[in-house]
Design a protein around this ligand. Structure first.
Ligand code: PGA
Length: 259
């Protein structure tokens, strides 16, 4: 199965810096079948980068979108406006949930807006440190997955990606144990199976995000069920990000050889 390596640049790099950084990545990112390398710059950089990058090498993802297609929503950017600029959009990142108070209802509307406009939503789910300590991870994952994907049709699930990002692992340098990641991914797949059936659950790409770096990427990508990585801090360091893409390519190649 294809592996995804996604760099979320968050609110970093102005348009000029984003262009220089993308050019730097372009020198070294391998174009290989089987790995989808995706960068998520700010809204402002999407258009210039969409003209600059080689789309076989990298794809573009927006970090957010509004769920209405157009209208009197000052300051918002709709999925309709992102058409042709980005192929993917992050939905429900923990910073959107926790700093901007997005709830499952709004997140679900955004997932639908993305799908309606031909973008692939990357639905981010994950527990906070408090929830982790309380043993609530399974409930939180079920709620986030069920809440985010409610009203999505089975025929639309080919265009959905889920990212498991424990909030306490984001930007903290801490990661769950590998077996905890495996368990969480399995829980998410089970929930998708309840909603859409086993074959859709088997095929939905599920990524891990939270303090991924060049040192731990291979081990995390090798965890059963992990189809890719969502990376922020390390994605802004060119050799780290390129190195992680190379690791993903190697693993895909090895899997291919095994058949
Ligand atoms: P991090 O962030 O890689 O800096 O931990 C991940 C994310 O926010 O998606």
């Amino acid at each position: 199965m294809k592996k995804f390596v996604i760099g979320n640049w968050k609110m970093n790099l102005n348009v000029h810096e984003a262009s220089l950084f993308a050019a730097k990545l372009a020198q070294d990112i391998p174009i290989r079948r089987g790995v989808e390398t995706i960068i998520c710059p700010s809204f402002l950089a999407l258009e210039p980068l969409s003209l600059q990058i080689d789309h076989r090498q990298m794809k573009l993802c927006a970090q957010n979108c509004y769920w209405r297609d157009s209208g009197a929503f000052t300051g918002e950017i709709s999925a309709t406006q992102l058409r042709g600029l980005a192929q993917y959009v992050l939905v429900g990142h923990s910073e959107r949930r926790n700093i901007f108070d997005e709830d499952d209802r709004e997140i679900r509307f955004k997932v639908q807006a993305a799908l309606r406009n031909g973008l692939t939503p990357i639905l981010c789910v994950g527990e906070t440190e408090f929830e982790y300590n309380e043993g609530d991870t399974p409930h939180v994952l079920n709620d986030h997955v069920a809440g985010g994907l409610l009203n999505v049709g089975s025929d639309q699930m080919d265009d959905v990606i889920i990212a498991y990002e424990p909030v306490w692992a984001i930007g903290s340098g801490k990661t769950p144990k590998l077996e905890e990641i495996e368990k969480a991914i399995e829980l998410i797949r089970t929930q998708v199976a309840h909603m859409f059936g086993k074959s859709i659950a088997k095929n939905v790409p599920i990524l891990y995000g939270g303090s991924v770096n060049l040192t731990n990427a291979r081990a995390i990508l090798s965890v059963k069920g992990v189809d890719g990585l969502l990376i922020a801090t390390a994605s802004l360091i060119a050799p780290e990000f390129v190195g992680i893409v190379e690791i993903a390519s190697e693993l895909v190649k090895k899997e291919g050889e095994k058949g």
